[in-house]
Every structure is written in structure tokens, then in C-alpha cells.
Design a protein. Structure first.
Length: 508
């Protein structure tokens, strides 16, 4: 009985072993079948032994049936041998540049490109693969690897060539000719251009295969960024100011005209600062300025460029009325007779200047001119907002009374032709009252005052008179002749004095 059971157990084991073996064979067959199916349906895998399809050319070199390694070796050899035969002439207008073998340094960085070429047509199912393979065999496959992957050093030379060619566009500009009937005109803008780098590189790639070739460098136009026609239409007169110099000497008129001419036609860009002293330059005889009276130390004395302060004052007031920002302005020691108090602008090389800044969004344009009686300044630019206008107002705060005459003895005989004896007087200078004053800018809209802004608070110091007295005693029996020179006592300010001052300085 035990022997029978043992026999049956052995038969069971054999049956199980046979069954396992069968299943193993089935799994193997299925695995092999799947691999064969994938290989057949999805295409070949790329290996080192994979060859290029027939009728395949890389940069004009036939690599049909070659492996990647063989093709790489052939390309390196051919490019090395043929690079000295390369001669590419680049042309632009009347200029030419030549790229030759000396400019080409073989770097052979084309592994990735060859990988892509050899993969082409081997991906996808069997039907797609066969379709592409047949097309390549019948029509051929021409692939150019970019020269950047073949040769080094070319782009550096191209960059130099391109830098000589490319041209920035030139926008139209506003031409300002203040002395012409039509003061403002528009210059014609010009297109710029850049090199079409992609197209140029494509043509160079093709030229490298041919060996010798001439290329007209391809360009792309660039239009100017903006047109100024609308801005030209918006330019208007913002202000005009004039001062009278009809009683001035010819030398003084010359100096005023000379200084203002420095500003005639000046275009001041937004945020640009202008210095009067810098714009006029040295005010010397060599530069055309002449001797005329200037205010120095509270007195009028002769000096080169006398009268220039009237030019700066005329410009200053025109700028104020145009609402242009004043950075620096100075008042005289004595009031200027040609403008109200607190609206003069004294300049002197080295220590006093008139400086202004264009605080508008667009340029301002300055026109100056002089006739036989007046000096004039006009400021042009973007128009004021509708209904807006600007005026100035001078306020007399108070009169600063003078202290009358000072009597000075002519000890050195400087004025001996005028006075000799004690009690005999020659008036060198009249006393002048001083003023404390304020200047305001007034903004109007449609004739109604909407804002008043204090811009100046000045003190013009009073000046004592000066009488020169002789030094000799009268001899016995001598009497002094009658003289109209009278001693002036310290000033007393009255209501009439104030009214006279307001009338003199045109203050309401």
C-alpha cells in the first residue's frame, strides 16, 4: 500500500514539473513575440551599428549606409580638407568683406545633429517608417548642419561686419529758425535698418557647401519711433516781455543786443538747466562787448558789458510769464528803472547768475530781438491749459529812508577843478531811498485770479548822497559864489513819499 502511494506521488511531481516547463515556454514565446512585434511595429532602435538611409547627404556630403561614427569621421576629414577652398564675399552698398578658410576653425560639434538625422524615419510604426524610408531613397535627404556647430570664429567677425552696417533710425526733428517767417518746421526723419541675422546665417550655410559665393547682406528696415507733426502743431507763444532802452547809449544798446543774441534760437529740452553766464560766455571787449555804466557798490560806474543786466532781466521776466522754473536770480543793489521792484535779475561773472530749468514736458524755444527802443524776449512751447494766463505783481512793503548827504573833504585834490575852498561843494552822488518789496506770480483762468504765488522778497538798501568839499580856507575879502548844490538832510517818509514811490515803480 505504501509503495502504491509513493508511485502516485512521483507521478504527481512529474506532472507538475511538466506543467511548469510548459508555462515557462509559453511566457518565453510571448516575450519574444512582444519584442519582435514592437521591433516590427514601432521601428528600429538606434544603435552604434545603425546606418544612414541611402541617398542621405549632410552638408552636401554623401553618408548613405554609414554609421554615425563613420559619417562623423568623413565629415571631419572633408570639412578640414575643403575649408581652405571656402571664399564667401559679403556685400553691402559699396563695401565688401571676405570670409575665407583662415576665418574658419573646425570645431566639429555635430554629434547631436547626426543623432537626429540618423533617427529620422526610424520612429513610429512600420508603415510610417517604410513610407519615410521609401521617400528618402527616391527623393533624397539633404540636411545642413549650421556652421556654428562646424566652425568657430565666424560669428565674431560677423559681429564686427554687422556693427559697420546697421544704422539707427533718425526721428524727425523740429527745426527752430527764430528769424524766419515760419519759425518752426519739421526735418525729415530717416529709416534705420538691421541685418536679418537668421537669413544671413542661412545663406552662409549654403555658401559653405558651394565653396565660393557672393552674398548681398539682407537687411530689415526700422522705422523711427515717433512723428513730431502733432507736437509741431501744438507749439505756441507762451510769453513775450520787453524793456525800454531808448535813452541808453549806443554802447549800452550794443551790449544788451549782444547778450540777448546768445539766446536767440535756443532750444531748451525738458529738465535741462541753462545758465545765463555760461550761455553768453566771457563778456569781454574781445567778444564784442563795450564800455557802459554798470551798478557797482550802490553807484553807477563805467565798466565792460554795462547794460547786460537789462538783457538778463528781460529774459527773466519772459521766463516767469511762461511759467518756466527759475533756479537762481539776484536783485541789484539799486532798483532797475526798466522793471518794477523785485523783477530785476542782476548778473555778474563769477558771483551772480540767472539760472533756469525747463520744467515742461516738451522743449521750449527762445526768440530774442532788439529794435531802436526796446529789448524783447519771446518764449514758445506747449500751450497753457485753456483759459490760463500769467501776470506779475510788485508790492512795495515799505520805503527804507536814506540818511541824506555825506560831506567828504577833497584832501587829495582829486576834484580841484570843481571845488577848492571850504564851504564850496560839488555833488558826486544824490541820496536814494531804499525799498523793501515783494514779487508775485498771478495765475488767471478766463480772466479770474485763481492763485497768487510769492516768488521774491527783496531789500534795496538806501544810498547816502556824497558832497565833495574843498579844503582851502577863504582868504580875507573873498566870498563864495552862489551855488545850486544844496545839502540834503536825512529823509522823512510821508504818505506822499509812498505815493511818489508807487508811481515811480508803476505799483498799484
Amino acid at each position: 500500500m505504501e509503495k502504491v502511494n509513493q508511485s502516485e506521488n512521483q507521478k504527481g511531481k512529474k506532472s507538475k514539473n511538466k506543467s511548469s516547463f510548459v508555462w515557462l515556454l509559453i511566457v518565453c514565446f510571448i516575450t519574444v513575440g512582444l519584442l519582435l512585434f514592437c521591433q516590427f511595429y514601432f521601428g528600429d532602435s538606434v544603435s552604434d551599428k545603425t546606418t544612414f538611409y541611402e541617398n542621405t547627404y549632410v552638408n552636401g556630403i554623401d553618408v548613405s549606409g554609414m554609421t554615425k561614427a563613420e559619417a562623423k569621421n568623413l565629415l571631419s576629414t572633408s570639412l578640414t580638407q575643403n575649408k581652405d577652398n571656402i571664399e564667401i564675399t559679403l556685400k553691402h552698398e559699396d563695401k565688401t568683406w571676405t570670409l575665407n578658410g583662415d576665418d574658419f576653425e573646425l570645431i566639429g560639434n555635430f554629434d547631436n545633429s547626426l543623432d537626429e538625422i540618423i533617427k529620422y524615419g526610424r520612429e513610429g510604426n512600420i508603415f510610417e517608417k517604410k513610407k519615410i524610408e521609401n521617400k528618402i531613397k527616391s527623393e533624397g535627404l539633404q540636411v545642413n548642419i549650421p556652421y556654428q556647430n562646424l566652425f568657430g570664429g565666424i560669428d565674431n567677425k560677423l559681429n564686427l561686419i554687422i556693427s559697420e552696417i546697421e544704422k539707427e533710425p533718425v526721428s524727425s526733428t523740429i527745426v527752430f529758425n527764430p528769424d524766419a517767417k515760419n519759425m518752426f518746421s519739421l526735418s525729415e526723419g530717416q529709416n534705420g535698418y538691421v541685418v536679418n541675422r537668421d537669413l544671413l546665417e542661412q545663406e552662409i550655410n549654403e555658401a559653405i557647401i558651394k565653396g565660393k559665393c557672393e552674398i548681398e547682406i539682407p537687411l530689415q528696415d526700422i522705422l523711427p519711433n515717433e512723428s513730431l507733426e502733432n507736437m509741431l502743431e501744438q507749439i505756441s507763444l507762451r510769453s513775450h516781455f520787453s524793456t525800454d532802452y531808448s535813452k541808453s547809449t549806443e554802447n549800452r544798446k550794443n551790449n544788451i543786443k549782444k547778450a540777448l543774441t546768445s539766446f536767440n534760437g535756443l532750444i531748451v529740452e525738458p529738465n535741462e538747466e541753462i545758465s545765463f553766464n555760461s550761455q553768453t560766455g566771457p563778456r569781454t571787449k574781445e567778444n564784442g562787448y563795450k564800455n557802459a555804466n554798470i551798478i557797482f557798490g550802490g553807484s553807477y560806474v563805467s565798466g565792460v558789458a554795462g547794460g547786460v543786466c537789462q538783457a538778463s532781466t528781460t529774459l527773466y521776466n519772459a521766463l516767469l510769464l511762461a511759467d518756466v522754473e527759475i533756479i537762481k536770480a539776484n536783485h541789484h543793489s539799486l532798483p532797475a528803472s526798466y522793471v518794477p521792484l523785485s523783477f530785476d535779475a542782476m548778473v555778474s561773472e563769477g558771483y551772480a547768475d540767472l539760472v533756469f530749468k525747463n520744467n515742461l514736458d516738451t522743449p521750449i524755444y527762445i526768440k530774442t530781438y532788439c529794435d531802436s527802443t526796446s529789448a524783447n524776449v519771446e518764449i514758445y512751447g506747449q500751450p497753457f491749459k485753456e483759459g490760463i494766463s500769467i501776470k506779475t505783481r510788485s508790492e512795495l512793503v515799505k520805503i527804507l529812508p536814506h540818511n541824506g548827504d555825506n560831506i567828504i573833504s577833497d584832501k587829495n585834490g582829486e576834484y580841484s577843478n570843481k571845488v577848492l575852498y571850504k564851504g564850496e561843494y560839488f555833488r558826486l552822488k544824490y541820496p536814494q531811498e531804499g525799498y523793501e518789496s515783494k514779487g508775485y506770480l498771478q495765475y488767471y483762468k478766463n480772466g479770474e485770479l485763481i492763485e497768487e504765488k510769492l516768488i521774491r522778497h527783496d531789500h534795496y538798501q538806501p544810498q547816502n548822497g556824497i558832497l565833495i568839499e574843498g579844503t582851502f580856507d577863504l582868504e580875507d575879502g573873498m566870498t563864495l559864489p552862489q551855488s545850486n548844490v544844496k545839502y540834503i538832510s536825512p529823509q522823512k517818509v510821508t504818505s506822499q513819499t509812498i505815493e511818489n514811490a508807487k508811481k515811480k515803480w508803476h505799483i498799484d
